[in-house]
Design a protein around this ligand. Sequence first.
Ligand code: 2NL
Length: 346
Amino acid sequence: MDLADLTRDLETLRDESIAAVAAAPDLGSLQALEVDVLGKKGRLTVVSRGIGALPAEDRPKVGAVANPVRRAIEDAFRERHAVLQASALDGRLASESVDVTAPGRPVARGTLHPSIESMREIARIFGQFGFVVYESPEIEDDVTNFQLLNIPPDHPARDLWDTLYVDVPGHLLRTHTSPGQIRVMQTTEPPIRALLPGRCFRYEAVDASHGFEFFQVEGLMVDEGTTMGDLRGLLDEFARAMFGAGRKTRFRPGYYPFTEPSVAFDVECLVCGGPGCPACGRTGWMTILGAGMVHPVVLRSGGLDPERYQGFAFGMGPERIAMLRHGITDLRLFMENDLRFLEQFR
Ligand code: 2NL
């Protein structure tokens, strides 16, 4: 081995290393190659051992050959490292980038069912007059649903065909929310301002204006000296909040076993004001609820002395209110959960 041999070996190693470095496809293989060439037991170390075998006069000249070779190899690694690092970054930027100009994905947004929306609006308006929402059981006993409300045993509502009974003797699915009002009277000292929204059940043939399952909102006010004038004033304010300011209203005689006197409460028709109207028929009036002064027998059912306390009560169907407000003509739409109907209330 002389200086010429060593120089040739070093230059061969340099050329092969530079070629291999240029071909390294990624940072991992470049690092492995670096260990292989420049590491402690790497090929450059192995070739450099040849220095020991050189004649003594050649040794001072070795540096001039070996140092440029090492530098050339190191430079090649450094440059390739920079190139690969930059392209790795480019790859991540390309694959992980976010297109901030892409259109957003719409969030599926639900809405309240129109029956619920209507009940909430009713509760909101009466809430402004101090009425508090109560809830009571959907399964009632016969006594509270009928007897305490002055509905006699032979009343048509008690017919098997109008009431859904459950297989617990003396129990049924409530046919109105009125038994809840009895429970409020039994547990609350007057003054009472109660609102009872809830689901009710009747065993009826289903048609465009009747379902076997429906919602009802009832109100009850009991205090000393409560009058029919208070009832009328309250309902006028309600009708105008719900159907528009300045709208005319009227009371007509009605009948319920639990109120005396009883009335139907009408609001000036929204659609016409004349004959042949799709909303009211021909009368110019839409009936929106039933009401009356609480029957003394019913006050006693609630544990209250009718000599001291008077009260009024009213009941309405939130679907009917919504139908009148939105011009809906088929009650069954409220129970069918057809999205084509429901999505119109967004
Ligand atoms: C209607 C009419 C009404 C009542 C409900 C009631 C409750 C008690 C005492 C007296 Cl505890 N009355 N409720 C009174 C009159 C009418 O509902 O057409 N509802 C859909």
